[in-house]
Write a protein that binds this ligand. Sequence first.
Ligand code: ADP
Ligand code: GLC
Length: 481
Amino acid sequence: MKVLFATSEAHPLAKTGGLADVSGALPAALQEIGVDARVLMPAYPSALEKAQNLSRVFRIRLPEHGEASLLRGMFPGNGVPVYLIEHKSYFEREGLYQDETGRDWPDNAMRFGLLSQFAAWLAGPKSPLDFRPDVLHCNDWQIGLAPAYLHFEGAKPTPTVFTVHNLAYQGIFPPEDLKKLGLPPESFSIDGMEYYGKLSFLKAGLYYANHLTTVSPTYAGEIQTEAFGMGMQGLLATRGKDLTGILNGIDMREWNPAADPHLAAPYSADNLAGKALNKRALQDELGLQPDAKAPLLGMVSRLTQQKGSDVVIEAMPQLLKLGAQFAVLGSGEAKLENAWRDLAAAHPGRIALKIGYNEGLGHRIEAGADIFLMPSRFEPCGLNQMYSQRYGTPPVVHKVGGLADTVSHASLASLASGMATGFVLDRLDAASLVDAVNRAMVLYRHKHAWQKLMRNGMTRDFGWTKSAHQYLGVYKKICRA
Ligand code: ADP
Ligand code: GLC
């Protein structure tokens, strides 16, 4: 089985969120079960810097896009082959999707149109490469046009899988862009990529791909309902029989507290001693009071409506009364960033905030915190709640999407049976959050019970193998069809 895995970001070449973690790890997991999986993505400056053994495959001039070229190289670490699309004016800039003020780049339709076009071309019969994929695996709206390009190319197109990592990002553009992107007028229809008078890259993927997947079984069900479907629930329900929820895994080597170069001290389920050293180091790094007993609550996330940090802000007066400290790392919407800045300024030593993106600090918060907060309004899968379990930092989560599928609530029964790994809110509001954090803190004060909870999460297998086999099953199915 040969698969071209097309994505707009992949760790460690370029990352804004979980899509990069998945794109960096799943192709390697597929390789391990015998799939020849190769990644296609843009040659951002960071990708050019970090990819290894780069060489140019060809150069081409396209009427709509000008000059582009294709480079070939590999991922550092796991050696997965990667193709990078080099295009001076599209990809040689900082900021994957937005400028530094948070505004989407005005030429995103053309940038990701080119990426989609390359994906379709390199997966199809006219590809100049000697690598002939059996399947094109497209991820999120940025690759949404690829199944459409293949569809309109006619004659037995290469089968496509389209994976939804987040339905909230839809790639909506003015209809005039259709022509610039070289797509036929008939594609602009309700049975196609038209969405309320606009062009939607996401809808193109959802409509034209042979099979759809999303990143957790619960989210696969949720997105067929009005509450979570973001306007796509009708189409998704129609395609329900072609839609599979496959849970994300985590890179168990990259996220391993026993061998994590970012940490102050290693630790493991068998030897928890180093965890306290990481807590103290984090308190020092962030200017928190060096109090070993104060429960330290960690958050690492994009600061958007999705992640529910506004509910944490609302609950903050009560949470502080419980004696908690906070270590918060994130960036995103200005309103949320400012609300967090105000809180941190009002409570020095108790609330530490870092606005920005910092991979190492993300690891240190997972390791140094006692409890991880992730009360998302919706969460397709979520990776941080898995990282935190692996790092012995039980998460408090809202029962949605992948959070519901990966965290086992600490009830009396689940604690007794050794299944419990965290705390799950049935509903998301400040009172429920305070209640859950309070319960977590009560258990935290019972050292033995708490260490049991930590170990339950730390010894769970969140690896990719099972999910890689499920993807292979989907690939085989669409190749047969
Ligand atoms: P999403 O993809 O919706 O942002 P996930 O939980 O799937 O959520 O993945 C988020 C990834 O991005 C994790 O690897 C997380 O550690 C990382 N991350 C998010 N924000 C930051 C940040 N400000 N600094 C460092 N890492 C971050
Ligand atoms: C998206 C989702 C997140 C998921 C990630 C990787 O960014 O918001 O829940 O874990 O994609 O699939």
